[in-house]
Design a protein around this ligand. Sequence first.
Ligand code: BES
Ligand code: MN
Ligand code: ZN
Length: 498
Amino acid sequence: MRCTVKHTEIIKQKNDCFIVGIFTDKQLSEAAQIIDAHTKGYIRRLFQSNDLTGEIGEALLLHDVANLPSKRLLIVGCGAQAEFNETAFRKVIHKAISVLKTTGAKEACCYLTDLKVKDRAVDWNIRQAVQVSYEATYEFNQFKSKPKTRVMSLGQLTWNVANKANLSAAQRALQEGLAIAEGVILAKDLGNMPANRCTPSFLAKQAQTLGKEYKTVAVDVLEESNMRQLGMGALLAVAQGSEEPAKLIIVHYRGKVKKGKSPVVLVGKGVTFDSGGISLKPSAGMDEMKYDMCGAASILGAIKVAAELALPIEVVGILPATENMPDGKAVKPGDIVTTMSGQTVEILNTDAEGRLILCDALTYAERFKPAAVIDVATLTGAVIVALGSVASGMMSNNEILAQAVQQAAQESWDRVWSLPLWDDYQELINGPFADMVNVGQGNEAKCIAAGCFLARFAEKYPWVHLDIAGTAWKSGKEKTASGRPVPLLVQFLINFCS
Ligand code: BES
Ligand code: MN
Ligand code: ZN
């Protein structure tokens, strides 16, 4: 599917499908009004006969409407006009493209991007529309043995821009939207890949592929022997229960930057399968622990986008990748390890492995003298209890950086919500035998306790931690990785260098 932006008059062009919006209370969008006038009140009659209400989720596909230069007309309900916000816009686009892709239309011109979303300009609409349409047409069928019976006909999708003066902004938004959509697809594909395929070595190969694709990306893969030399006792403790060798993947993107400008470091949890280790997880739903590398995948996605857009910034991705497995050699509850920072940890629960691999990666990050470090991890079930699948949990040691991430989240609509990392919570992870324990007692503030643990390894730079356990994938019938927080990370990088 090719996406373009254009300024067109709806009646004056031939097409396979026009897509227009209507609201409740019989309100028509501008494009719908023009069509209505041109077809002698066709749309208003649909309202009168109660075939249309304008509710969100409604989509009416019509063929061969008299007087229209388009084979199809797709009318999409947008809810109440006064309440048309970001969430409504995204739902409406998703619905429209979901219906469109099941038709024989080879091309379509969509006028939903003309709708005014509260507090948003047209470039926001375009960017979101592109991303959501890729969302709605995403498929992962690499592992199906038979080809699909229905192949999408849609090859060309045009987003209309109501005002010609906005065309250049829309063009830029289109470019960004397409690049972000590709980054999201990379993150989703890696997330959805089963753990017998997506191993730490496979992730390393994927990074190396990025390095081959872009001259600006250099990749370095550290082996377990290198980790041992560096003293990464926590990362190695997690890796020791697995037959698959762990990898520490360094992905370095160097855009054109002013001399002396420090890089942004992105650290991503890359547990390619989390069985829990000796603190074994229950079997129900354990398959979803293949998604425990979505943090790492999102960083590969974001760096791909940065390279694609040639952002003037330096970004270092640090991806500790390992399995977490039970084994005769696996780390045991009560074992004490020394981290790269020199701090010691008593591993009370081998299922709290994410923080163990991240803490050594965070210490490793120091050598890049970063302006900011963001770690991204499917770290705790507790963040799902707190925030569900809408917002990622954010914790930080730096108010200015946290605000920058919060703003990027609002702009990209890949949202985060802040949780406190007050000193008071640090007590949760003090222990009797080592400098700290890797889990607090009982059920108190488990998401924050994990953040507190990481904070002890991130004292030398401004840092934000994103717990994406609730946002990185969807469960249920439509089970899939979401590609989040690629849009947020990219927006942060764009803002950082402009
Ligand atoms: N990968 C899990 C977190 C997770 C759980 C993500 C469920 C998505 C869905 C992580 O390694 C983990 O097991 N965390 C434990 C920590 C606990 C032992 C303190 C958890 O959240 O239960
Ligand atoms: Mn775990
Ligand atoms: Zn995990």
